[in-house]
Design a binder for this molecule. Structure first.
Ligand SMILES: C[S@@+](CC[C@H](N)C(=O)[O-])C[C@H]1O[C@@H](n2cnc3c(N)ncnc32)[C@H](O)[C@@H]1O
Length: 340
């Protein structure tokens, strides 16, 4: 038996829970943060759960943490902090010499008398005493703490096992001065989640490109970009020498064969129409070219429309990944590779 906490984008926990139920039919759920964070219990032991999760490619489960310890919150702030710090001793042998991040998240109702920051500091101090190095970035091990009602639910695992090296998978990028649009974060997150490096490509097609957040990222990474959109591109990139803006509907575009090695599409439009346009443009892609595509989830029929989209695109593309990214709203992101 093992206990876990799962996290999905706000409002999407029913989808995440459904995906987990398909993997573990006997699963029991308890809501921790409505629509978003849920505790679950399965009859399988931790190792088996981790193995199944690693192969399941869940779309809507953004983050999981095991619950290895449940600490009852007693006494005043000092008592609680001491008890939390003492817990590190239990995992002493596995933290020594490691770079460890403590991630603290809170439920709306809890009886922690200290602040989140104080709790993190107390655990960081205990880690130092145990021979570990507390870090914020690129940890080898994460100690995840979820404060819920009168309990600390604590689990330790690697970033890969949790599905992210950010607390609850809520990845934050720094907003830059003069950034064209927030949409850029979606493409940045896709790069990280799907293990890409955009600077390895030469020329990209950006379908539905305006105002140009995605295009601006690709230009920054040194790519030539063919941006397709009837709407205007932001003035700050519109005259970039590596940008060709085709100011028209994507259905009317004809591009030279095998002229691009990356396609990105963030049209925020009917998923099936989007498939049609992408398939129309496929000949402009080289064999084995990659594509990053946002799929809008229409009218609560999310899982069904994802299945349909994957099926349609599979005539020309292999689906390498499908994930609801933290920066996706009512949508998910697909990672595709053109068949050779
Ligand atoms: C959500 S915005 C894209 C934002 C963009 N990724 C960014 O980073 O700034 C969607 C864009 O798709 C464009 N669009 C919708 N349907 C289109 C079509 N059939 N052909 C070309 N562009 C289309 C819209 O004009 C709109 O500018």
């Amino acid at each position: 038996m093992s206990k876990w906490i799962g996290t999905s984008n706000h409002g999407f926990s029913p989808y995440g829970m459904e995906e987990l139920r398909r993997l573990f039919p006997q699963i029991q759920f308890k809501q921790l943060l409505p629509g978003e964070v849920y505790q679950f219990e399965v009859s399988e032991e931790s190792d088996e759960v981790l193995q199944q999760l690693a192969h399941a490619e869940l779309i809507f489960v953004r983050h999981v943490q095991p619950i290895d310890r449940e600490l009852l919150l007693n006494g005043d702030a000092d008592d609680q902090l001491q008890a939390a710090a003492a817990m590190i001793a239990y995992i002493d042998s596995s933290v020594a010499g490691k770079q460890v991040a403590v991630h603290v998240r809170m439920s709306r109702q809890h009886s922690l008398a200290a602040t989140k920051q104080q709790l993190k500091q107390a655990m960081d101090q205990a880690l130092i005493e145990a021979g570990a190095t507390p870090v914020l970035k690129e940890p080898e091990l994460i100690i995840a703490v979820f404060v819920h009602e009168d309990q600390l639910l604590v689990g330790f695992a690697t970033p890969e096992e949790m599905g992210s090296d950010w607390p609850g998978g809520a990845i934050r990028f720094q907003r830059e001065e003069g950034q064209v649009s927030r949409a850029k974060f979606k493409l940045l997150e896709a790069e990280k989640v799907f293990g890409l490096d955009y600077s390895q490509y030469k020329s990209a097609i950006d379908v539905g490109a305006a105002p140009g957040g995605w295009t601006s990222l690709l230009l920054e990474r040194g790519l030539k970009v063919t941006a397709i959109d009837p709407a205007a591109m932001d003035e700050r990139i519109a005259h970039h020498p590596a940008l060709t803006h085709l100011r028209m509907n994507a259905s009317a575009v004809k591009l030279p064969k095998a002229s691009h090695d990356l396609l990105v599409c963030d049209m925020s439009w009917s998923p099936l129409e989007m498939c049609k346009l992408i398939l129309q443009l496929k000949s402009a892609l080289k064999a084995n070219a990659y594509a990053i595509v946002t799929v809008k989830l229409m009218h609560k029929k999310g899982l069904q429309s994802i299945r349909e989209v994957k099926q349609r695109l599979s005539s020309a593309f292999t689906v390498l990944g499908a994930k609801q990214l933290f920066h996706n709203r009512e949508e998910i992101t697909l990672f595709l590779q053109k068949k050779g």
